[in-house]
Design a protein around this ligand. Structure first.
Ligand code: NAD
Length: 414
């Protein structure tokens, strides 16, 4: 990661505020989180020693509904990163018109270096520490980098035990057996590909003649690679934090998934050549899907990105500096708050289902997801055309307007 993602998030907000003609007071209201908490998590390690780990939960905005956002486990998690991610969640929820504000959580831990039992203790203690601030009507966490449905099951259980009854709606991204939604696990990737296919058509490319590279092979990147291949796109390269693999004629994504299940990484996949992460970003492909971490497309490499289209599976993969370079060079960037919104859409569906204790079929979930993603793409594209804006400026200003309207209509208390 390069730079501070909060600077990028604030510069996007500044541009939207200026476009909308809103005043400095509104900028300041939206540039800072409404509420944030930092907690110390004492962990008893398996060997009996005690280690203290830092965790955060930031609620950027809740003027349109409860906070909503993922929980990240990564060694370099810091408060500014969590603040930026929380702000992007506010815009994403507003843009997709799901009735939430934005929030995010982070725990500064590398989950690969801890046992499952240790991760369970960290998760339960973190949940207890932030419990006064979360809940189905307050703030609803979900999985993000380094966390998964098991993490959400522990959070739901810890919260429920503390409150004396089962509260399914406190987190989303839960296992199906515990009130999770069909279609949630693949929702972000599906949404990325729904929008990527729309964007390919927008720039006049047939998916069956198009090539792609995907950075990150986790919950988002892996499904994105699979669904792109299913749509006929030639996936030339993928990577994870250990390295990448490429094949000029396209990777066999199903075989690659089997390799990852067996080894834990894309590295060493037979029948493919190795490629380093920085080179993957500069590969000669039509479509680049960064689906790992923030800031990977930045001032140092934006000039060399050869893709015609960048569809942001990750949150904040393109810095503000790189955004300007890509716009200048005519590279179309489909912004994170649109491209990866499939996850929060189906999280919303999961919360609705959990609160009503009534579950939908997978077809219902996926049909409604596709409808919302397609409508949002069309809305953002039309707005960008009518005002001659980049897709990011169009998406952010549409979202900021909805949040600013909510503030203005609610009024300031007291
Ligand atoms: P994950 O932990 O499941 O996977 C992350 C992947 O990125 C892994 O393959 C990891 O090896 C790789 N990676 C990590 N650091 C890297 C680096 N420096 N270079 C290259 N690869 C690296 O996480 P995820 O849930 O897939 O999230 C990925 C991104 O998508 C994040 O920005 C997250 O905020 C965003 N996102 C996730 C969801 C969701 O539903 N999970 C929804 C919206 C956005």
């Amino acid at each position: 990661m390069t730079g501070n993602p909060l600077d990028d998030a604030r510069s996007q907000l500044r541009e939207a505020i200026d476009l909308l003609g809103l005043d400095e007071g509104m900028y300041e209201l939206l540039a800072a989180p409404r509420r944030e908490i930092t907690v110390s998590i004492p962990l008893r390690r398996d060997d009996g020693s005690v280690e203290v780990i830092t965790g955060h939960r930031v609620q950027h905005n809740y003027s349109r509904g409860p906070g909503k956002g993922g929980l990240r486990y990564a060694p370099d998690v810091n408060l500014d990163e969590v603040r930026a991610l929380a702000m992007w969640m506010t815009w994403k929820c507003a843009l997709l018109d799901v009735p939430y504000g934005g929030a995010k959580g982070g725990v500064a831990i590398d989950p690969r270096h801890y046992s499952v039992a240790e991760l369970e203790r960290v998760t339960r203690r973190y949940t207890s520490e932030i419990a006064p601030l979360i809940g189905p009507a307050h703030d609803i966490p979900a999985p993000d980098v380094g966390t998964d449905e098991q993490t959400m099951a522990w959070m739901m259980d810890t919260y429920s035990v503390n409150f004396g009854h089962t509260v399914l709606g406190v987190v989303t991204g839960k296992p199906i057996s515990l009130g999770g939604s069909l279609g949630r696990a693949s929702a972000t990737s599906r949404g990325v590909v729904i929008v990527a296919l729309q964007a390919l058509a927008h720039v006049g490319l047939d998916p069956r003649a198009a090539t792609a590279a995907v950075q990150g092979f986790g919950k988002v990147g892996r499904g994105a690679a699979r669904f792109l291949a299913d749509a006929g796109v030639t996936v030339r390269a993928v990577s994870d934090q250990y390295g990448g693999v490429q094949h000029a004629d396209g990777l066999d994504v199903a075989a690659l998934e089997a390799h990852v299940d067996a080894t834990g990484s894309v590295v060493g996949f037979a029948g493919a050549e190795p490629i380093e992460n920085p080179d993957l970003l500069e590969l000669d492909v039509d479509l680049l899907v960064p689906a790992a971490v923030e800031g990977v497309i930045n001032g140092s490499n934006a000039e060399r990105v050869r893709a015609r289209l960048v569809v942001e599976g990750a949150n904040g993969p393109t810095t503000a500096e790189a955004d300007a370079v890509l716009a200048e060079r005519g590279v179309v960037v489909v912004p994170d708050i649109l491209a990866n919104a499939g996850g929060v859409i189906v999280s919303y569906f999961e919360w609705v289902q959990a609160n009503q204790a009534y579950w939908w079929t997978e077809d219902e979930v996926e049909g409604r997801l596709a409808d919302r993603m397609t409508a949002a793409w069309q809305h953002v594209l039309a707005h960008s055309r009518s005002l001659d804006l980049t897709l990011r400026a169009a998406a952010t200003s549409l979202a900021v307007k909805r949040v600013a309207d909510a503030h203005l209509q609610r009024g300031l208390y007291p």
